[in-house]
Design a binder for this molecule. Sequence first.
Ligand code: ZN
Length: 234
Amino acid sequence: MSYCVNCGVELEASLRECPLCHTPVINPVEAGKEFPPSPFPANKGQVEVVKRKDLGILLSVVLTATGVTCLLLNLLVFDHFLWSLLVIGICICLFVFIFPAVFYSKMPLLVSLSADGMAVAVYLYMIAYITPSTAWFWELGLPIVALVTLGVGIFVLLAKKVPFTILSGALCLFIEIPLFCTALELMIRRMIMSPLRLTWSAVVLTVCVIIDVALITILVKKRLRNEVRRRLHF
Ligand SMILES: [Zn+2]
């Protein structure tokens, strides 16, 4: 049994160098002797990678089968209410989410993002359809989905157009969050018919304005910006 003189790892008899530190194996006692043939195969084998499209077909088939069987189960056995719409909606959403990744990777990000937003909206409508009232969907569900999609879209667009850093990304985020919260509070108040004014969202707005002012100062002052980058390692 041999050990590497450098790192001490135990060495297989056929090895000519240490597999860890690559120190050559020289054993004076066995000088001149032939190294036994390596027990390991010379070529690295690899299992063939599953093609994305094949994976996509598999996932689509599974999702379709799930939707159809649940619909049948709903219509033929447990038919007291249309619960299968909840499952079908999730299947549709998942299909729309994975579509760009497995079938069409060249799809523009904003197009796939809009499709994701629409899929979620359709799913919420399906839930609204089987609940007593659809009012919450029109007054709260749909606007929230639209706002979140718009917010993510603006974020993605900015990340593409301007030189994107963690600092500018954070600034964008801390501008979008209070706007979203303000819109959310106004929508909730409108829905429950209470006077349109800001309470909790005003607190969020205040905190975010302070953070934004700090971020803008850091971004504008080059020396400050470099110092922050150096200290936070980005
Ligand atoms: Zn070694």
